[in-house]
Design a protein around this ligand. Structure first.
Ligand code: FAD
Length: 285
């Protein structure tokens, strides 16, 4: 199918993009990598009157470290998230990156587009939750900084207000005792996850504290499994796996039953917990 007719603007500044979005209201949407938006247009799932292309705006892409955080510009392509800085400082993201779609999509799709889209099967939103990231959002008159835990509100639904643009995602630098885990199961490499888990914790000996378990593809949004994390902090892996029945609400579709996804979520929790308790960061990278 072909997309319905739309107008196209390629503003050269963030202010100009925000002004266009404000002027056209709900009829205008930002265009980032286009890997999800253009598909939605072609399938006529979406019919905005104006696409506001963010690709010519300077300063929206890149990975930098400052003030105890790694800041990743919203227009950073998935591929370009994998810098030496991210591999060294945010290995969780480096581990998640190869699971996102295929090389062609990783070359164009952006981290900001993924976060703004809020597909519950996506890797970056779960990483944001697990890592305690902040989503930086610019509106016409003000910037807002939104904790990832408050940003993902439901299926393709976020705390973004109409006309706002995600400008960056900031990840706090993990401390020296921090460990992480990432696991994803899909039918074929590059497919969306059947179930996935991004996790962080602090490890002293084999004891884990401050555990954050962010599951994806198990609900209408990425889910922080707090009861499972509490059980894991008490050293009760089986209890943590059991707690997932209360915390996850997996979709039940013809290809994969909800019960199967829940079972797989328990399996990957066991794997990730084992590695975080005993393995080192380098074992997982
Ligand atoms: P776009 O498609 O340009 O935009 C997506 C939405 O976000 C639009 O509504 C747009 O208006 C809005 N938007 C974009 N940027 C901003 C911004 N800065 N501020 C506010 N709103 C914004 N993703 C995964 O995570 N894992 C996968 O396994 C995966 N598999 C895929 C397989 C296929 C075949 C395809 C086509 C896509 C797949 N994707 C997957 C999606 C891909 O990662 C997209 O790139 C991503 O979801 C959207 O990023 P984008 O930059 O292309 O955004």
């Amino acid at each position: 199918m072909k997309a319905p007719d739309f107008a196209y603007a390629r503003p050269a500044s963030l202010d100009a993009a925000l002004a266009l979005l404000a002027e056209h209201g709900e009829d205008a949407v930002p265009l980032a990598g286009g890997q999800s938006l253009v598909t939605a247009l072609n399938m006529r799932l979406s019919a905005p009157g104006l696409l506001v292309d963010l690709n010519a705006i300077p300063g929206l892409a890149g990975v930098t470290e400052a003030d105890g955080a790694v800041r990743i510009g919203a227009m950073t392509r998935h591929r370009d998230v994998g810098t030496a800085l991210v591999r060294e400082r945010l290995p969780l993201l480096a581990a998640a990156l190869p699971h996102i779609a295929h090389p062609a999509i990783r070359n164009r799709g952006t981290i900001g587009g993924s976060v703004a889209l809020a597909d519950p099967a996506s890797e970056w939103p779960a990483c944001c939750l697990a890592a305690g990231a902040t989503i930086v959002v610019q509106g016409l008159t003000a910037e807002r900084r939104i904790a990832a835990a408050d940003f993902f509100l439901g299926l393709y639904t976020t705390a973004l207000e109409p006309g706002e643009i995600v400008t960056a995602i900031e990840f706090p630098l993990p401390g020296p005792e921090s460990v992480w885990g990432f696991e994803e199961l899909s039918r074929r490499h590059g497919d969306y996850a059947l179930v996935g888990l991004a996790a962080t914790a602090k490890r002293t000996g084999s004891t884990l504290t401050e555990i954050r378990l962010a599951f994806f593809s198990v609900s209408d949004r990425p889910v922080l499994a707090v009861k499972a994390a509490a059980a894991l902090e008490a050293g009760d892996v089986a209890g943590a796996q059991a707690a997932l029945a209360d915390e996850l609400d997996p979709p039940d579709d013809p290809s994969t039953k909800a019960a199967t996804r829940l079972h797989l979520a328990r399996v990957i929790l066991g794997r990730v917990a084992g590695r975080m308790r005993g393995g080192s960061v380098s074992e997982e990278s």
